[in-house]
Design a protein. Structure first.
Lengths: 98, 507
């Protein structure tokens, strides 16, 4: 069995700003544990000379040229904002940062 | 002074005393903003000073459906910067997400690099004013995207403390940055503050010479975080370090390092401990204040960016880019100083005024190095200062070289040349055109001068008698009158010669 604990899941939920009920934490602890165990099985197959991979496609160096394309209008950019002041997004002051 | 500032003002130990008791250990993280036309992962313009939120799109706003695409030019600039810093360029490199919640990014993560930075293991050798050479080892230089700009509203000071709310402009969000991270710098000793300033100056100069960044610290193109810790003499255990953010001028880097050494020394000597924390530099008061301590919030849960493919810069490409590197700025300075024969102070004046390029171009356009230096650091710098603009935005090196030529061929005196300069700056044309349109050339026609001199001599018969009697110093009064009559457009030395001649010849 994996080492995933309810405390770790609660911590992760806090970092991700997701509100979880105690029941959801229990369920997710179980689910995440199974996922970690499954990944561990795959890792057993990988030999030392298999490089770690972060992408399923064997592609590299996909670049875009440095050419300006039109941006959104200010109105479009702000259309989804909960609050605005003039042409800026307005957000609550976050006091324990910076 | 507000009471919050009073609370922030820490005890400081005398700098020399602090160095007697402790050895400072430094580290720097310098962010260089690249001057690509577009952002790192989208085609929005990378511009300073546009209207708020005019350069945004679903990708840089982190909206659903946005898909990042890597700007090739930004990779190229990063590799060139890495090469200029003596770095190895990774054969395999990839982006990672650095997850955090703060309104300066709408994506809720910064796209950065974690375990596979594009550049690693370089070094920069800097020269201090004493001539001491210090080699700063570079651990890595990685790419990332910049955050948006927050303005804190309400509250007394405009800082976050006491703010009621914040406004966000995402124009800067997604602009490409290279973050250059040094290894620990030991053995800095009393030079620690100067090493900080000189190192950041060197990075700025390299980025500018490469043309990969506008490298203006006042516009935030180059930003420095300074890490400082103290180790008691005789100990080999590293002290707890603080990271001072928001140090955005060369002078501030020097002051912030000095301040942290003095502050930490006082805390440690008083039996206290240093908290591992970020601190904020306050330019106005010259102090640092505690930010938040390292905590759970620093658990950034980096993971490879799934929306971007890995990079594998080919060795051919890297070598091709290496061929585009300019002469290293330090070597260039040495070469130019020797070629121009400037004294150290003269040369420093040019470098500190950021006029090396201007002087070099003026010399290339045919002017003498000394004349170019005098004009750029003298009259032009004075006018630029008064107008609040950069000296090299007022005139071109070619215009200045033409002006200098008019002085050296005797068409203009220095005084007239300053008037011509004003005309050139006012957009009246080339120096020659301004001379013609304003009628400013020195009157070199002896006929006109002689007429004016004769009139002046005859108008002051007592002076004429004195000169004739051998009192040459009496000529001053006549010379003054002649210069006035010629509205200053005469060569005073020639006038003097002619006055003495005419005093004997006149009937
Ligand atoms: Zn965009």
């Amino acid at each position: 069995m994996s080492e995933i604990t309810a405390e770790q899941v609660a911590h992760l939920a806090y970092l991700a700003r997701i509100d979880l009920s105690p029941l959801e934490i229990t369920d997710l602890t179980h689910d995440l544990g199974q996922i970690v165990d499954s990944i561990a099985k795959v890792s057993e197959v990988a030999t030392a000379d298999t490089p770690a991979t972060s992408h399923p496609m064997p592609l590299t160096n996909v670049f875009r040229e440095d050419v300006v394309v039109p941006s959104l209008t200010v109105e479009q950019a702000l259309s989804g904002a909960p609050d605005r002041a003039g042409d800026k997004f307005r957000v609550p002051a976050i006091l324990d940062e910076e | 002074m507000p009471s919050a500032e009073m609370k922030n003002r820490a005890e400081l130990m005398d700098f020399d005393k602090a160095l007697e008791l402790f050895e400072p250990v430094l580290g720097f993280e310098v962010h260089v903003e690249l001057n690509t036309k577009t952002k790192m992962f989208c085609g929005c313009a990378n511009e300073f000073g546009s209207g708020a939120n005019t350069n945004t799109c679903p990708t840089c706003l982190g909206l659903p459906g946005g898909l990042p695409q890597v700007n090739k030019k930004a990779i190229e600039s990063s590799i060139r910067l890495g090469l200029a810093l003596g770095c190895e360029i990774a054969e395999h490199s990839r982006f990672a997400r650095k997850n955090y919640f703060y309104p300066d990014t709408a994506k809720n993560f910064q796209t950065s690099q974690y375990d596979d930075p594009i550049c690693h293991d370089g070094s920069v050798t800097i020269e201090l004013e004493s001539g001491r050479l210090v080699t700063v080892e570079i651990e890595r230089a990685h790419m990332e995207d910049d955050a948006g700009k927050l303005t804190h509203m309400g509250g007394a000071t405009g800082r976050i403390q006491g703010a009621d709310y914040s406004l966000v402009d995402y124009n800067r969000g997604g602009v490409p940055l290279v973050e250059i991270v040094t290894q620990m710098i030991e053995g800095a000793e009393h030079d620690a503050p100067e090493i900080g300033r000189t190192y950041v100056a060197a990075i700025r100069e390299i980025a500018k010479a490469l043309g990969v960044s506008n490298a203006r610290m006042e516009e935030g193109n180059v930003r420095c975080d300074a890490n400082v810790s103290l180790r008691p003499r005789g100990s080999n255990v590293l002290g707890t370090r603080t990271e001072t953010k928001n140090v955005n001028s060369l002078r501030s880097v020097e002051r912030a390092v000095r301040y942290e050494i003095q502050r930490q020394a006082a805390v440690l000597a008083g039996g206290g401990t240093i908290t591992q924390e970020t601190r904020h530099w306050h330019e106005d008061t010259g102090i640092t204040s505690a930010g938040r301590p390292k905590s759970d919030a620093d658990d950034y849960r980096y993971f490879p960016e799934p929306d971007l493919l890995p990079m594998a810069p080919s060795r051919d490409w890297v070598e091709e880019l290496r061929l585009t590197l300019p002469e290293p700025p330090a070597a260039r300075r040495k070469r130019l100083q020797a070629a121009w024969g400037f004294a150290n102070l003269e040369f420093q004046d040019v470098v500190n005024s950021d006029l090396l390029d201007a002087v070099e171009a003026t010399v290339a356009a045919g002017a003498s190095a000394q004349a170019a230096r005098k004009w750029w650091t003298g009259e032009i710098a004075r006018l630029a200062n008064a107008a609040g603009v950069a000296a090299d935005s007022l005139v071109t090196p070619i215009q200045l070289a033409a002006l200098i030529e008019l002085v050296s061929d005797g068409t203009l005196t220095d005084r007239l040349a300053r008037q011509v300069l004003e005309g050139v700056i006012a957009g009246e044309g080339t120096p020659a055109e301004v001379v013609a349109s304003r009628g400013l050339a020195v009157v070199s026609d002896d006929g006109a001068l002689i007429a004016a001199i004769d009139a002046a001599l005859l108008g002051q018969p007592d002076v004429l008698a004195k000169i004739r009697g051998g009192k040459q110093q009496a000529a001053g009064a006549v010379i003054g009158a002649v210069m006035k009559a010629m509205r200053g457009q005469a060569d005073a030395a020639r006038v003097r010669e002619l006055v003495l001649e005419r005093a004997q010849a006149i009937e």
